[in-house]
Design a protein around this ligand. Structure first.
Ligand code: UD1
Ligand code: CA
Length: 456
């Protein structure tokens, strides 16, 4: 059976009160719409059409993905109207289309698979994913007949007193027979409280035509529809718990899961221990046996095995095995730190490579540099990479000893096995085996203090 999916993402989301389209708000570091697209893709459906409208360009730009196409709903006249805007995509297709709202980021792949299977096995015209909730305020209600068969969906604002008491809510995720759906959509109107063309009205139409409509009930936790910032925080908490649980089950110790924020796509090896107050996000991969002490932000980075990081920021960089970072280090994008290296306190590395076994222990800035292995940086070294107009490169060979308080004025090259005297300002090449001294010689003026009458 042919399967495809639509994702409705054209609304601005008034209730979230934002300049950014609602579906681009992030949950655990990823746009809600991207969560939905990824879950659909992971459940084996490749043909996906996203209905965009409000902020169409930015929505497309931030969710661009292979196999995803976009349809435009220029005016947001309701979810039923939104599906009609996918006419081009659905035309001449036979099989099943699943419809999702872009604001239900927690839906699981296994539930999508179950919905499809149920729909196909029971030969339904439509199958609704529903959920039982204590407080269904704001959601459409599933109205069933005496035989427990689904009759229709009534939106919260259109409910009578009896219907308001129903606890089974519409999750806004469904499977439809494509041809029956397209046909039924021709019959919906906007005679309701909100003056919108509701997709939910299609259910009653299909039933009245004698078609079979089914429902799959699932846990509320994965079907939450995010309309407000409060629900956004609720979704964040649910997904955060789910992610943390997965890592703990995989052999990662989280000392305090409550204050550990790990993005959905992060991979962490076993026996790594994560201390409180850490944010690990984006496409980050952390190896085995690492110690991530408190207060780190690690983003889009690859961290090897046995690495220790403490109170530091690592962005879009690689850190090799058994290296230690921090406390209070800042590793900026496009940096590669080797193995067994040390990036110590108040050290900033920017767009640089640091070789294996190199120690940059304290108060140092290294920018646009290539540093070899087994080097030692004294306290307070500065790579002077910017001349006010352009950035320049510094190259340092292996086994170089850079004395404390050295300035390396770029572009400059320091060869292997060199020493630089503390306090030097280096402006020209230092050849292999040499010691460079670039500072004024000390002179002592005898008795100067007394002569000036300053002696106490
Ligand atoms: C919808 C359902 C409701 C269900 C709830 C679950 C309808 C009429 N109601 O209500 O039964 O309980 O979801 O979360 O479908 N959208 C468009 N174009 C439009 C209108 C909406 O693309 O013209 C998109 C929105 O961007 C959003 C999704 O459809 O991603 C759902 O719209 P929203 O306004 O949030 O619907 P709800 O009122 O939550
Ligand atoms: Ca919604």
């Amino acid at each position: 059976m042919y399967k495809c999916a639509l994702v409705l993402a054209a609304g601005q989301g008034k209730r979230i009160k934002s300049d950014l389209p609602k579906v681009l708000h992030k949950v655990c570091g990823k746009e809600m719409l991207k969560h939905v697209i990824d879950s659909i893709r992971n459940s084996g459906i490749d043909d996906i059409d996203v209905i965009v409208g409000k902020g169409a360009e930015i929505v497309k730009e931030r969710t661009l993905d292979k196999n995803v196409v976009y349809s435009l709903q220029a005016e947001q006249l309701g979810t039923g109207h939104a599906v009609k805007c996918a006419n081009e995509f659905l035309r001449d297709k036979k099989g099943v289309v699943a419809i999702f709202a872009g604001d239900t980021p927690l839906i699981k792949q296994s539930t999508i698979e179950k919905l499809f299977n149920d729909h196909i096995e029971n030969k339904n015209a439509a199958t609704i994913l529903t959920s039982l909730v204590e407080d269904p305020t704001g959601y459409g209600r599933i109205v069933r007949d005496d035989n427990n068969q689904v009759l229709k969906i009534v939106e919260h604002k259109d409910c009578n007193e009896e219907e308001l008491k129903i606890n089974e809510m519409n999750t806004a995720i469904y499977c439809f027979n494509i041809e029956l759906l397209v046909n039924a959509l021709e019959k919906i109107n906007n005679n309701n409280q909100q003056g919108e063309y509701y997709l939910t009205d299609v259910i009653e139409i299909l039933k009245s035509q004698g078609n079979q409509v089914g429902a799959v009930v699932t846990e509320y936790e994965e079907t939450i529809g995010v309309n407000s910032r409060v629900q956004l925080a609720e979704a964040e908490e649910i997904l955060k718990d789910r992610i943390n649980l997965k890592h703990m089950e995989n052999g990662v110790t989280l000392i305090d899961p409550k204050t550990t924020y790990i993005g959905v796509d992060v991979v962490i090896g076993k026996d790594t221990i994560i201390y409180p107050n850490n944010i690990i996000e984006g496409n980050t991969e952390i190896g085995d046996n690492c110690l991530i002490y408190q207060n780190c932000r690690i983003s889009d980075s690859t961290i090897g095995n046995g690495v220790e990081i403490q109170s530091s920021v690592v962005l879009d960089s690689n850190v090799g095995d058994n290296t230690t970072v921090g406390p209070f280090a800042y590793i900026r994008p496009e940096s590669t730190i080797g193995r067994n290296a040390r990036i110590g306190d108040f050290v900033e590395i920017k767009k640089s490579t640091i070789g294996d076994g190199t120690k940059v222990s304290h108060l140092t800035y290294i920018g646009d540099a290539e540093v070899g292995s087994e080097c030692n940086f004294g306290c307070g070294t500065v790579v002077v990479n910017y001349d006010g107009k352009n950035k320049h490169k510094t190259i340092i060979g292996d086994h170089s000893f850079i004395g404390c308080n050295t300035n390396l004025v770029s572009p400059v090259k320091i060869h292997d096995n060199t020493y630089i005297a503390a306090g030097s300002t280096i402006t020209s090449e230092v050849n292999e085996g040499d010691l460079a001294v670039a500072r004024a010689k000390q002179r002592n003026i005898k008795g100067w203090v007394e002569k000036k009458g300053l002696k106490k």
